[in-house]
Design a protein around this ligand. Structure first.
Ligand SMILES: Nc1ncnc2c1ncn2[C@@H]1O[C@H](COP(=O)(O)OP(=O)(O)O)[C@@H](O)[C@H]1O
Ligand SMILES: [Mg+2]
Length: 400
């Protein structure tokens, strides 16, 4: 085994060093010393104690469980996603943190991925495992770190804009198509704070042409994101407590108004309910702030609505889904109970929710027979939400 060596890096927030840390060649964080004169720039998620900061660092790497990560690591010669993180200076396209080797003469201008070229070879391999990719065609950076399990890659378009391409789990394209379905719903609603997804072609297993989705970066050098999960690390939580009110408190502590919090949540909870999004966990909600002034800018535009519309329910089981029993990964376990957090039941206009199902005709042939069933389920959800808007507390209808 290779000998363990340790190197020193500054954790940087743009050009502000926030701490000096020891990182071993396998990417693990050892001792670190905070720069007390810039303590407000230290990552929020790591402020409470040592363990939290170690977790913040670990969470920064691409999850080991990312589809295709194993192949990408092998092909690029990294021992782990932590090694890839360090080799790419922990740069991301969602915030302005990075690491600078001690003694190196580098600035944010020299390295940041918002303005410097990169080729996300790591991401490309996760999306496109069978395809021959010339890994010699490499810029200084071959990976931008990001969260989530689905294969994804960051790219740069002709005009220099950064965008993310996401694939799907398994053979169907439904997760990508769902992102477009959600996009269409938000568009009809005339709501503005959502991430717009479009379809894109990509190669899937066997070097076949498949479908993924694409969204432009909602962050920039002047806007960075912090997940709800990270925000929650700044507060003590009671065991089994729902994250809803702690999150509200943290958001208000950093400058959000109570009204802004509820307006966003009301809309997101009700639209998620309509599309049966079962994955609004704390990494799928984020706030945005100005990385220079640290001023809160509000919630990040609604993103990651792919795990919805019964994407993981096989055709034969669709009829037996009980809409009042749907389980979700969010503030509470039971989907319809999330509606109990809604303050303004009219935050969604049900007259503007007749979304076309044509998008699902892009799925693989066998999957298209699902369309009438998905439509029927959506209609049932609309009827329930309509009853909710008329005053019925639908989660109370029966005991769980
Ligand atoms: N358009 C975007 N702009 C900036 N950051 C994004 C964008 N889309 C996703 N992200 C970041 O990447 C992470 C993973 O993306 P997500 O869509 O949630 O993928 P997954 O479906 O694998 O969870 C998000 O949690 C968010 O931090
Ligand atoms: Mg996600």
């Amino acid at each position: 085994m290779a000998k363990k060596s340790v190197n020193e890096y500054y954790l940087m927030h743009k050009d502000i060093p926030v701490c000096l840390m020891e990182i071993s060649n396998d990417g693990t964080l050892g001792k670190y010393r905070k720069n007390n004169s810039a303590i407000e720039h230290f990552p929020l998620g790591g402020q409470m104690n040592d363990m939290k900061f170690h977790d913040w660092w670990k969470d920064r790497a691409i999850p080991k469980t990312r589809h295709g990560a194993k192949t990408a690591l092998q092909r690029l010669g990294y021992a782990s996603t932590n090694c890839a993180l360090v080799d790419n200076l922990a740069l991301s396209l969602s915030d302005c943190y990075w690491i600078k080797p001690r003694g190196a003469d580098l600035t944010w201008n020299d390295v940041n991925l918002f303005t410097n070229d990169f080729v996300d070879t790591f991401g490309e391999i996760t999306i496109n495992q069978d395809h021959l990719i010339d890994i010699r065609k490499k810029t200084r950076f071959n990976c931008a770190t990001s969260q989530g399990e689905l294969q994804k890659k960051w790219c740069i378009d002709d005009t220099g804009r950064r965008y993310m391409v996401k694939g799907n789990y398994g053979e169907s394209y439904q997760q990508s198509l769902n992102e477009l379905f959600a996009t269409e719903l938000h568009m009809q609603q005339g709501y503005s704070n959502y991430t717009k997804y479009t379809l894109t072609k990509l190669s899937v297993e066997g070097d076949m042409e498949g479908i993924g989705c694409l969204s432009y970066d909602f962050c920039s050098e002047n806007i960075e994101c912090i997940s709800a999960w990270e925000l929650l690390q700044t507060t003590k939580l009671k065991q089994n407590e729902s994250y809803f009110y702690p999150l509200k408190k943290v958001c208000m502590d950093i400058g959000m108004t109570e009204q802004a919090f509820h307006e966003f949540m009301d809309y997101q909870i009700m639209t998620d309910y309509l599309i049966s999004n079962t994955d609004r966990h704390m990494n799928n909600i984020a706030i945005m702030r100005n990385p220079d002034t640290l001023e809160l800018l509000g919630f990040a535009p609604i993103y990651d609505s792919g795990n919805s519309m019964f994407y993981n329910v096989p055709y034969e089981k669709l009829d037996s889904v009980k809409l009042d029993d749907i389980k979700t990964h969010s503030f509470v376990e039971r989907e319809c109970k999330l509606l109990s957090y809604v303050k303004n039941r009219n935050a969604v206009d049900l007259n503007k929710a007749q979304v076309s199902f044509d998008i699902y005709t892009n799925d693989i042939y066998e999957r298209q027979i699902r369309i009438p069933k998905l439509k029927a389920k959506y209609e049932q959800k609309l009827a329930r939400l309509s009853a909710f808007q008329a005053g019925k507390d639908i989660w109370k209808a029966r005991k769980f």
